[in-house]
Design a protein around this ligand. Structure first.
Ligand code: FUB
Length: 324
């Protein structure tokens, strides 16, 4: 009796000790990676893993202008431990393109991964305005290998009703299988349907109304029956957003969710729901030797209020906690 009481006490002691010694939660930290410089996040979830697609800033310290030749893929199952899959896509993968690997966007459809990217067109005759065009690369796995199935862009300066700077694609595959291609910069935003093959336009390019202060970087996500269109607003940019019950609008402007970033006029957001949490990805100039052309991807929590409106993002150095 006496012995078992002691055993019980010892077991309780061990339990109490364990409970006290619970390890501190781990955090992702911001920026997420100390190298390479990463910019323009896009995210998707596949098989319980979050995949992050980024551009990469290669400008040397102290010089101005974007120098961008390639895009990276990273993945995580817990928001803290990340795998760098490398620069799996680059300018060289697009025979029609010459330079400027700007902000891309990858989506899953029909069991494949479609990575839409803007680049400057090689052909001087295709450079009617700023010369940017948008093409696609496709893969069987989010981390590649990726191949351009077309050998030409899907949207270019020559596309009817395209804009002066054809960059920042955002492709949305809706629950009914319909596919929508959004893009925009320099205060202009456009939308067009894509055919089921993910490669061809399926209708006219339309203007979008109601996106107050729109500058660039549209991103569409859906929660319950509401579509959210977030975007970089003004320049230097904040992130603002609008909502609609219909992907074709009308959009109702909802205000600012993320303030300007010190030392980077761009911050290019991406929003994702992963394992029960909502995340806001963006870039800053936050590495010690960072700057407006040497940016780094960060992540913080995104929260909705009881009416489904997005609460203002609180930017942190800690980032987000580890999840199971
Ligand atoms: O990274 C180049 C350009 O800067 C992107 O396309 C824009 O969204 C802005 O982040």
């Amino acid at each position: 009796m006496f012995k078992s009481f002691h055993l019980l006490l010892a077991a309780f002691g061990l339990f109490a000790l364990n409970a006290c010694q619970q390890p501190e939660p781990q955090y992702s930290g911001n920026p997420l990676f100390s190298e390479p410089f990463t910019a323009d996040p896009a995210v998707l979830v596949h098989n319980d893993t979050l995949y992050l697609f980024t551009g990469s800033d290669e400008q040397v310290e102290g010089r101005d202008g974007f120098v961008m030749h390639k895009w990276y893929v990273f993945s995580t199952a817990d928001m803290v431990n990340w795998t760098n899959h490398g620069a799996v896509l680059s300018v060289e993968d697009f025979e029609w393109a010459s330079h400027n690997a700007f902000a891309g966007h990858a989506v899953e459809n029909h069991g494949k991964f479609w990575w839409y990217v803007p680049l400057v067109h090689k052909d001087p005759e295709a450079r009617v305005h700023e010369g940017f065009a948008m093409g696609v690369a496709v893969a069987d796995h989010p981390a590649g290998p990726y191949k351009d199935p077309l050998g030409h862009p899907i949207i270019a300066d020559t596309t009817e009703n395209s804009i002066v700077l054809n960059i920042d694609p955002a492709v949305y595959v809706d629950d009914d299988g319909e596919v929508y291609f959004f893009w925009g910069s320099w205060n202009e935003v456009r939308q067009v349907k894509l055919k089921d093959n993910m490669l061809e336009l399926d209708g006219p390019v339309e203007n979008i109304e109601g996106l107050t202060n729109f500058f660039e970087a549209p991103w569409v996500h859906k929660r319950n029956d509401t579509y959210y269109m977030s975007y970089a607003a003004g320049y230097p940019s904040r992130t603002e957003y609008a909502t609609s019950k219909n992907i074709n609008g009308p959009w109702q402007y909802r205000g600012v969710i993320h303030d300007e970033i010190p030392n980077s006029p761009t911050n290019h957001q991406a929003i994702v729901h992963f394992k029960g949490n909502d995340y806001f990805f963006y870039h800053t100039a936050g590495l010690p030797n960072g700057g407006p052309y040497r940016r780094s991807v960060c992540v913080d929590k995104l929260e909705y209020d009881e009416n489904g409106l997005i609460k203002k993002i609180v930017r942190t150095d800690l980032g987000v906690p580890q999840i199971k």
